[in-house]
Design a protein around this ligand. Structure first.
Ligand SMILES: Cc1ncc(COP(=O)(O)O)c(C=O)c1O
Length: 497
């Protein structure tokens, strides 16, 4: 353990040594940055009493700070280090050109409250990406305020409610399939609706008969991901949409991940009325670290008047902010995470229409190739051709060897790959949800398959080794249950002393 500034540079990058917290490098008077010299007169600033004393922050030089952060970063897996097949999260490689655009000072220094007169370029960005997103999804208008997928779901459900209210109706339930992403039922409850769940059939798709019996006049809408969370395209989607529309319900597309359908199929053509999309998955912003995201919501023409406002509109030669006629109001303090939106537009323009279609084709091809390479050692519970991801099961492996999906996922870390998503969707026992994404080469897909298969084979010969994996990571097995039940999310200097 190191307790003085500078000495921690000798800590090995990988291995068991602990990285000290930043306060251990603190030396009175050291600074990593300063404020620019004041070039305007100092006005009367009255600080609240609580702000009179300086905050108890570590005092460190830039050099020590950068070394500390980099040592931590080297212990972590990242999309820039290798394949990250975390199903449903779409951890694709993000082209650096998107960072270049987002870092451009003309955009990054823009204050969100700047008036339209001096932000025409930024407004143009939003109008342009709106047009592309609407073209890709088959919708008419979109809002870019929601800062994440779950926020998009909430926004879509509020639009659903406003639509029914405009017709003098107050239906109380929203239907979702049992394979739905966890945020779907959470958003439905948060929006004040009851969750009405429908089961999947033995093909892994929504059971059409069960859906028909769940639909009645109290149904406000239906939320669905297509391809669904098993990676399968819902073949009966048009019939499902018709069932919901017959009771004037709305059909909501959870388009968190559009990878499989880009330039190939459009939710609007399948009968959907509202679509949210996670720009931070399909369109180049690393997802999964809890960083900023964007969950724009696009709607058909008849729902456009309910969109959150303001939205940019071209009036004559200029673009300005206007409030949609029956807007549900703001869902974000400003105009959303603009730089995530800018990255997405950069990605779309860099690839072009043909390139976006190739994203869909390659992501499906990679997933199908990987699935075929795994099918001897893992069960594939729903064998219909998968789209951009697939769900394998380690249930038989567990019965034969005691090695679980969690062990397989942990062991992959020793092979230099990130773990897949585990134990989701809930309808599959010992689920391993794998999404190689289009950015991995065939050689990487094969190396990934070799790693999965070797782990399954080792499970038969040396199960304890697999159950103790990873062996080569700085941190090996953590107590996941304890971390979930007693999370320590903040740290105070006083707490350690
Ligand atoms: C299918 C699906 N819907 C919704 C979400 C929620 O998106 P976010 O994490 O941005 O809130 C996710 C996130 O991974 C998802 O996979």
């Amino acid at each position: 353990m190191v307790d003085a500034a500078g000495k921690a540079t000798s800590i090995p990058l990988v291995g068991g040594g602990e990285e000290p917290t930043l306060d251990r490098f603190s030396v009175e008077g050291r600074r990593a940055s300063g404020f620019p010299r004041l070039d305007v007169p100092l006005g009367d600033i009255s600080l609240p009493e609580s702000a009179a004393a300086p905050p108890a922050l570590p005092q460190v030089s830039e050099r020590d700070l950068v070394a500390h952060v980099n040592r931590l970063a080297h212990r972590n897996f990242a999309v820039d280090l290798g394949a990250y097949p975390l199903g449903s999260c779409t951890m694709k490689y993000n082209p650096k050109i998107c960072d270049w655009a987002a870092e451009h000072p003309a955009f990054s220094n823009l204050h969100p409250s700047s008036p339209p007169g001096i932000t025409q370029g930024a407004l143009e960005v939003i109008l342009e990406i709106e047009a592309i997103l609407c073209e890709l999804t088959g919708m008419s208008r979109a809002t870019f305020q929601p800062p994440a997928g779950a926020a998009g779901e909430m926004t879509g459900l509020l639009i659903m409610r406003a639509y029914h209210e405009s017709k003098g109706r107050d239906p109380g339930a929203v239907i979702i399939p049992d394979s739905a992403h966890g945020t779907n039922p959470a958003s439905v409850s948060l929006a004040g609706y009851q969750v009405r769940q429908v089961p999947s059939d033995d093909r892994g798709m929504v059971d059409l008969d069960a859906l028909a019996s769940a639909v009645d006049e109290d149904v406000a809408g239906f939320m669905l991901t297509n391809p669904n969370t098993l990676g399968l395209f819902e073949e009966d989607i048009v019939a499902m949409a018709d069932l919901i529309h017959e009771v004037d319900g709305l059909v909501y597309y959870d388009g968190a991940n559009l990878n499989a359908i880009l330039g190939v199929a459009r939710p609007g053509d399948m009968g959907f009325d509202i679509v949210h999309s996670n720009l931070h998955k399909t369109f180049a912003t690393p997802h999964g670290g809890g960083g900023p995201g964007a969950g724009p919501v696009a709607v058909t023409e008849h729902l456009a008047p309910f969109l959150p406002g303001p939205i940019p509109e071209r009036v004559g030669d200029a673009i300005t902010w206007l409030q949609p006629e029956r807007s549900i109001g703001r869902v974000h303090g400003n105009h959303g995470n603009f730089l995530v939106v800018l990255r997405a537009l950069t990605y779309m323009r860099a690839l072009g229409g043909e390139g976006l279609r190739r994203v869909a084709e390659r992501s499906v091809l990679n997933a199908r190739y990987l699935e075929s390479l795994l099918s001897d050692d893992y069960e594939i519970p729903y064998p219909a051709p998968c789209m951009h991801e697939f769900v394998a099961s380690a249930a038989a492996l567990k019965r034969a060897t005691g090695v679980r999906a969690m062990d397989v996922a942990k062991a992959l870390i020793d092979y230099g790959f990130h773990a897949p998503t585990m134990y989701f969707p809930l309808v599959v026992e010992e689920a391993l949800m794998v999404e190689p994404t289009e950015t991995e080469s065939p050689e990487t897909v094969e190396a990934l398959a070799d790693a999965f298969n070797e782990i399954a084979q080792s499970a038969h010969t040396e199960p304890q080794e697999v159950q103790a994996a990873p062996h080569r990571a700085p941190i090996t097995r953590t107590d996941d249950a304890l971390a979930a039940r007693q999370p320590v999310l903040t740290w105070h200097m006083a707490a350690e002393e």
